[in-house]
Design a protein around this ligand. Structure first.
Ligand code: SF4
Length: 324
């Protein structure tokens, strides 16, 4: 029996290089070794999303990107969180065993309060309980996380442990699969690539659009003129070459340091590398986009497979809690 992996991602719409290099490639790889459940967590998005007009389009675009990148609905369960409403019921039940002070001390809650003081909603405090419900509803055993997400997973483990100690062994304590999520900087070369910050490169862009975006990238600030020697180690364009032109890294570094290559040519090389790497993905995405019925079927099938597991877990939970 393969172990079960669960991972959820907010519906952020068309995915960018940071999402692709940091999460999607890893999701695809995990399918070989585990039974994977990948979920677009639309309810979580509501904690900070006040305008939901784009929510459905974002879910659609994200699923298209996932499928085109190699997530296989025949191997994995791919679905949207709210399509399996059992998760909200389990969230309520788990909230009864979760001490409030565990939630109030969560650093991301404190950060969110600062970020959106006008919208400190109950969902923000309960976020880790919903996250726990996401995981334990499917009795997931393995959760791919970066080091920074370990405290969240630890809280989920504590909630699962507390439930088990009160009502008897029900949930496996989910284990972290520490995964290296490379920090991909945005075009500003300073902050993490993010759609909100507008420093991203969407993977579904056309080759020409990609070139235009790459051309706006900040490079080594000390290299002001073409004849100035560069410092590839501080240049974000160079760090992206690692993923898209790995065989040319040494040559690019040497030519940058001796000013044999200019930033314009170097960026062209990078866009060529990105465009070549993403060509099969883009072709598949364009083909999938012509088959909306297929995407709807994938989502419906994913939700119905997830629901089979969810209903069984919820029945067990309610029985143990004395609700049946
Ligand atoms: S030549 Fe390339 S690596 Fe060197 S500073 Fe310019 S963009 Fe960066």
């Amino acid at each position: 029996m393969k172990q079960r992996v669960f991972s959820g991602a907010r519906p952020t719409g068309k995915q960018h290089l940071g999402n692709y290099l940091g999460a999607i490639r890893n999701y695809v790889k995990l399918q070989e070794e585990y039974d994977c459940i990948y979920c677009i967590v639309d309810i979580h998005a509501l904690t900070s999303l006040e305008n939901t007009r784009e929510l459905q389009q974002n879910i659609w675009d994200m699923m298209l990107d996932w499928l085109a990148a190699g997530l296989d609905p025949n191997q994995s369960i791919l679905f949207v969180q709210s399509h399996v409403p059992e998760v909200t019921e389990l969230h309520t039940l788990l909230s009864m065993v979760t001490p409030l002070n565990w939630l109030l001390r969560v650093p991301t809650f404190k950060e969110k309060v600062k970020l959106q003081p006008h919208n400190v909603n109950y969902g923000l405090v309960g976020y880790p309980v919903l996250m726990t419900a996401d995981i334990v509803l499917y009795k997931a055993e393995v959760i791919p996380v970066g080091e920074d997400q370990l405290p969240h997973l630890e809280l989920a483990r504590e909630i699962a442990r507390r439930f088990n100690s009160i009502f008897g062994n029900t949930f496996p304590e989910p284990e972290a699969k520490l995964t290296e999520f490379p920090l991909i900087l945005g075009l500003d070369g300073k902050q993490k690539m993010s759609k909100q910050l507008g420093n991203d490169i969407e993977i579904a862009l056309s080759p020409e659009e990609t070139r235009q975006r790459v051309n706006t990238a900040v490079t080594d600030p000390a290299r002001r003129y073409r004849h100035d020697p560069g410092h590839p180690e501080v240049c974000n364009v160079y760090s992206l070459h690692r993923y898209f032109n790995p065989s040319q890294l040494d040559r690019i570094a040497a030519e940058c340091r001796t000013a044999q290559i200019g930033c314009v040519d170097c960026k062209k090389l990078l866009s060529d590398g990105i465009n070549t790497t993403l060509k099969p993905f883009r072709e598949r995405r364009a083909e999938l986009a012509t088959r909306p019925q297929y995407i709807r079927e994938v989502l419906a099938d994913g939700a119905s497979r997830a629901r089979v597991i969810a209903r069984e877990t919820l029945r067990e939970v309610k029985e143990k809690m004395g609700l049946l």
